[in-house]
Design a protein around this ligand. Structure first.
Ligand code: IDP
Length: 138
């Protein structure tokens, strides 16, 4: 058990659906502390770097097009076991597996438009926080 920082991002579908407040509220209620947040349109460069591990997948182009298609709400949250707990609160990537009560289970029905991204490991969290919030956090 350790206090961790994680990178979470409400994707363009979540911003359009106006679920920013609901999502922020869930993490506040859980007891996490918001360390940084911004509404921004991602460049292709940042989107491609963010999803670099999927560069050879057939859906990569579509994924980058989607993430850059409108504003995203990028956030850094801190708390005990924040990385794994946030993943549990997000729900599974595949809509068929995301349980009601989770963010994806409550709001998403497709794999490509699944509302939220969250770091999946300490290494990803560090890399993604540096990528999206380079030098910006207090
Ligand atoms: P995660 O977002 O739950 O960590 P990853 O496997 O890292 O899931 O995939 C990153 C994102 O790529 C997913 O959230 C989803 O939006 C998209 N994605 C994953 N698999 C597919 C697919 O088969 N078709 C279209 N989009 C996909």
């Amino acid at each position: 058990m350790a206090v961790e920082k994680t990178f979470l991002m409400i994707k363009p579908d979540g911003v359009k659906r106006q679920v920013i407040g609901d999502v922020v509220n869930r993490f506040e209620r859980r007891g996490f502390e918001l360390k940084g947040a911004k509404l921004m349109v991602a460049t292709r460069e940042i989107a491609e770097a963010h999803y670099a591990e999927h560069a050879d997948k057939p859906f990569f182009g579509e994924l980058v097009d989607f993430i850059t298609s409108g504003p995203v709400f990028a956030m850094v949250w801190e708390g005990e076991s924040a990385i794994s707990l946030a993943r549990t609160m997000m729900g599974a990537t595949k809509p068929a597996d995301s349980q009601p009560g989770t963010i994806r289970g409550d709001f998403a029905t497709t794999i490509s438009e699944n509302i939220i991204h969250g770091s999946d490991s300490a290494e990803s969290a560090e890399r993604e926080i540096s990528l999206w919030f380079a030098g910006e956090l207090a």
